[in-house]
Design a protein around this ligand. Structure first.
Ligand SMILES: NC(=O)C1=CN([C@@H]2O[C@H](COP(=O)(O)OP(=O)(O)OC[C@H]3O[C@@H](n4cnc5c(N)ncnc54)[C@H](OP(=O)(O)O)[C@@H]3O)[C@@H](O)[C@H]2O)C=CC1
Ligand SMILES: Nc1nc(=O)c2c([nH]1)NC[C@@H]1CN(c3ccc(C(=O)N[C@@H](CCC(=O)O)C(=O)O)cc3)C=[N+]21
Length: 291
């Protein structure tokens, strides 16, 4: 069993980013990222903080807008407009999900597609579907693809089952894997909460990407021997014996699934760090494209 370290691959990606950042600096440019968080969700705050810290470590310009849960749609749209017009900002991310009184689709559409480093704007979703590489691909699926490629796992002709069909992970993951070329060319099946007899489908998979948000859902009975499993899930579960009182687990029951696998990612230290690395890579791409 090969344990695929997202931490290690993310470090490689960030090393490439450092080179790009130095080149841009020589040309008098500095990529800038703005992360907007509405509300006080502790997990979201932790993610936003670690992203901000990583950006600063790398010498990126980073701003973090932490807005109260009472922020109105109009106020949030005004913040997005300001960031769209700010020449020091090349990437804008509005943390998902926002409070329920916010129309997330309208916010996403308001972000300048050239600064949409999350790849959520319809223009970028379309570019992904069209295999137009000028667009932005959502960071988490991009990170999963890079993990597979870096671990030497061939996707061409592979049966891949993507568990989950969200716009942030499952759907773009499926599009990336079915695209032509390296890291793609897979035969993709997408399963979700309405899928019948899930185990019979996942058992056929050479590669399983689990992104459903159910702690330790994927069990040994779902996985064929020799499969590769990428665990996207980040779930906080109670752990009274730990200092924080909780721990992170994935969507995969790691202890029973790992022994069956050719390769598997851990949680934490798997897909999570890759998401942040890809966010920085996308911000650099935005900076280069905007000029
Ligand atoms: N590592 C990282 O960087 C990131 C991790 N995540 C994590 O990934 C997980 C998924 O996130 P996200 O895509 O945003 O979640 P969503 O809740 O938006 O989507 C979950 C998907 O899983 C499907 N699903 C739910 N329950 C089942 C089930 N029992 N069987 C089969 N399918 C099921 C849902 O089906 P239906 O469509 O029918 O409702 C839906 O398509 C979460 O744990 C999240 O924390 C997310 C983003 C980044
Ligand atoms: N617009 C938007 N874009 C996102 O990319 C986005 C989002 N909204 N909403 C929430 C999810 C979740 N997400 C994570 C990214 C990194 C880790 C991560 O680095 N996790 C570490 C552990 C961190 C810890 O210890 O708490 C790890 O897995 O090793 C986790 C979760 C991005 N998301």
């Amino acid at each position: 069993m090969q344990l695929i370290s997202g931490t290690a691959v993310a470090e490689k990606v960030l090393e490439e980013c450092r080179r790009d950042i130095a080149e841009l600096a020589a040309a008098g440019k500095k990529p800038g990222l703005a992360v907007v968080l509405v509300g006080e969700d502790p997990a979201s705050r932790a993610y936003v903080r670690s992203k901000d810290k990583k950006c600063r470590d790398l010498g990126l310009h980073s701003i973090k807008l932490e807005l109260p849960a009472s922020t109105t749609q109009e106020e949030l749209l005004a913040h997005v407009q300001t960031l769209n017009n700010d020449p020091a900002i090349h990437g804008i991310l509005v943390q998902s999900p926002p409070p329920t009184h916010i129309d997330e689709a309208a916010i996403v559409r308001a972000i300048d597609p050239a600064k949409d480093v999350d790849g959520f704007h319809p223009m970028n979703v379309a570019k992904l579907a069209l295999e137009d590489s000028s667009g932005f691909v959502p960071c988490t699926p991009l990170g999963c693809q890079r993990l597979l490629m870096d671990a030497g796992i061939e996707t061409k002709g592979a049966n891949v089952v993507v568990l989950g069909r969200s716009m942030i992970v499952g759907k773009p993951m499926a599009l990336l894997l079915m695209a032509k070329g390296p890291g793609g060319d897979a035969t993709v099946t997408v399963a979700h909460s309405r899928t019948r007899d899930l185990a019979s489908i996942t058992k056929q998979a050479d590669i399983i990407i689990a992104a459903i948000g159910r702690p330790e859902f994927l069990k040994a009975e779902h996985v064929r021997e020799g499969a590769v499993v990428i665990d996207v899930g980040i779930n906080r579960v109670e752990a009274p014996d730990t200092p924080k009182g909780y721990k992170l687990v994935g969507d995969v029951a790691f202890d029973e699934v790992a022994p069956l696998c050719k390769a598997i990612t851990p949680v934490p230290g798997g897909v999570g760090p890759m998401t942040i690395a890809m966010l920085i890579a996308n911000t650099i791409k935005a900076c280069k494209q905007i000029g």
